[in-house]
Design a protein around this ligand. Structure first.
Ligand SMILES: Nc1ncnc2c1ncn2[C@@H]1O[C@H](COP(=O)(O)OP(=O)(O)OP(=O)(O)O)[C@@H](O)[C@H]1O
Length: 549
């Protein structure tokens, strides 16, 4: 774990200003602390010598006000920096993952942990640790130089003892990095396991197996707890060690000043100022130690985030260039006439899921022209996989894919918590042009208009996560309505009528046929009526051979 990773500021230019501002405020606070040491010494000397008190008292009050203001500014800028960075990292992560093919994306639970808790924990790293690091680089030098002008002996003691602190901090930091790494992995495992269990809870409950999962959750939580306690133990021990070292060093300065005061070789004012100044040389380094522990999770998460967003060998030169075709590059219209006679295609393609030892598809050539292409085949022969390859969501293991901008309606269309309107316009290309009239027309075509009109808020009716509030069939039809609103030249539908009654099925068949009038439409289905209307019918067999009609 590096003390500072410069990639952060390169990737998030918006974070530079708040981080710099925090560093500047930290330095200003240190300078104020030095001035405060002189002011306190002056007040004490004035009291002891019965000289004018108002001047030093006024200075002390002014410094205290400045320090209070700087503390307030730190809090404000910290929250600005924190949100700037965590929101920026989340955007960066999601952009990078979405631009990659499905095979190159992290496993969902790990991705979720990284984008939520991971990005949040970086806030502490940026808002607390980095400013402390800047202050630690500047203030000790400033304090020692000031001390050298006040009392050379005290400066010498600080110069000899000060280097011990960073050495100690680095040694402890190395141990912390390992502990923090273990804690982070344990947390990711816990989150992943919990997510899986929550997803499967209805099934587990139905079979009376839900309670058995508590033992596993307990065991994973225990691992997380042990790792957290180990990190905390290290944090307390290291703070104590740095504290002890700094206290002994300041005590050495105090004893030396005390002895020289009794000998009369130093004045009360400079002596007192030296004793008050000495801690200011150690304090910034001690603070780095403390903040390092609080920010260790963030540093680990940052490392994972930066690794996750760094270009992979298959990424294009620009890491943020989507590998998927952009909708804006091809739009439905009269210009959509392919010179090669087909729109999207797979040439001699084989595909193997990462981490598996078996090809799901082999020697598959599938060319999708404008019109209706129907894909059939027994379960598990790779129909869904072929659609994902056609849409550019996956990249073939061998062979050539020529994906174009596409709209894929999956077996379980993704619906997000939000209004019906926002779910319909989720595909970015539909948002600009989708007036309510168009939305109602799309809903009418899939047989959902009456249902939505009956709802108190109509198009504004909110849906829960995953379309909660709609039946499986209604969700599937909403997915097809979204495809109607899309302008993608290729529309792929995976078993769009699987959950539907005969009336709705007939409606969706009509929608699919109308879509196929001016675009390339590929449908995985077993509906004889669609097969009968297909311009092209492709059957995938278990050996992934293509048999065309
Ligand atoms: N994420 C995955 N990782 C590993 N193997 C997978 C994954 N998804 C699917 N497979 C395997 O790939 C093969 C093809 O799956 P696919 O979903 O493409 O088949 P399908 O023809 O669409 O099936 P169905 O008609 O049942 O929906 C299956 O044998 C399945 O086990």
């Amino acid at each position: 774990m590096k003390p500072f990773d410069s990639r952060l500021l390169r990737l998030l230019p918006g974070a530079r200003r708040p981080v710099l501002a925090l560093g500047a405020i930290g330095v200003a606070q240190g300078v104020a602390a030095i001035v405060q040491a002189f002011a306190v010494a002056a007040v004490v000397v004035a009291v002891a010598r019965h000289t004018a008190l108002w001047g030093p008292l006024g200075l002390l009050a002014a410094v205290l006000v400045v320090r209070a203001l700087l503390t307030g500014a730190t809090e404000l800028v910290s929250s600005w920096a924190g949100t700037e960075v965590s929101a920026g990292l989340r955007t960066l992560l999601l952009r990078t993952w979405l631009a990659r093919s499905a095979d190159q994306r992290p496993e969902p639970a790990a991705a979720q942990t990284l984008a939520t808790q991971g990005a949040t924990s970086v806030e502490t790293y940026v808002a607390r640790y980095l400013p402390a690091l800047v202050a630690a680089a500047v203030l000790p030098v400033l304090a020692v130089v000031t001390l050298a002008f006040v009392d050379l002996w005290s400066a010498l003691i600080v110069v000899l003892t000060l280097p011990l602190l960073p050495v100690f901090a680095a040694l402890i930091g190395k141990a912390t990095a390992d502990a923090s790494d273990r804690r982070w992995r344990a947390m990711a495992a816990l989150a992943g396991h919990f997510l899986d269990m929550m997803r499967g809870l209805p099934t587990l409950s139905a079979y009376g197996r839900a309670s058995r999962q508590s033992a596993t959750i307990r065991e994973v939580s225990q691992r997380h707890r042990t790792a957290t306690v180990a990190t905390l133990k290290l944090a307390f021990l290291s703070s104590a060690a740095l504290e002890l070292l700094a206290t002994i060093s300041v005590a050495l300065v105090a004893v030396s000043v005390g002895i020289r005061l009794t000998w009369g070789s130093i004045e009360l004012g400079p002596g007192l100022a030296a004793i008050l100044l000495a801690p200011e040389a150690y304090w910034p380094i001690r603070r780095v130690g403390q903040e390092f522990h609080a920010a260790a999770d963030g540093a680990q998460a940052l490392e994972d985030i930066l690794t996750s967003t760094s270009p992979t060998p298959t990424d294009r030169s620009d890491a943020h260039t989507p590998t998927r075709p952009e909708l804006s590059s091809r739009r439905v219209g009269p210009e959509l006439t392919s010179r090669r006679g087909w729109e999207a295609g797979l040439e001699d393609v084989a595909y193997r899921y990462p981490g598996t030892g078996r090809d799901v598809l082999r020697d598959l050539t599938l060319r999708v022209p404008r019109g209706l292409t129907v894909v059939t085949g027994p379960s598990g022969t790779g129909k869904t996989t072929a659609l994902e390859l056609l849409c550019g969501l996956r990249e073939p293991t061998t062979g050539q894919a020529s994906p174009i901008a596409s709209h894929l309606v999956t077996q379980r269309p993704f619906l997000t918590a939000g209004s019906i309107r926002s779910n319909l316009t989720l595909a970015g290309d539909a948002t600009d042009e989708a007036t309510d009239d168009r939305l109602w027309s799309a809903l009418r075509q899939v047989g959902l208009e009456d249902l939505v009109r009956r709802l108190p808020d109509g198009l504004g009716t909110p849906l829960g996560d995953d379309g909660f509030g709609l039946s499986a069939g209604q969700r599937a039809r909403l997915g097809v309505a979204r495809a109607l609103l899309s302008s993608a030249p290729l529309v792929a539908l995976d078993e769009p009528t699987a959950h539907l009654d005969p009336t709705s099925t007939a409606l969706i068949d009509d929608v699919v046929r109308s879509l196929a009038r001016d675009r390339a439409v590929v449908v995985v289905t077993h509906r004889p009526s669609l097969v009968a209307h297909a311009d092209q019918h492709v059957t995938l067999s278990p050996v992934a051979q293509e048999v065309a009609r």
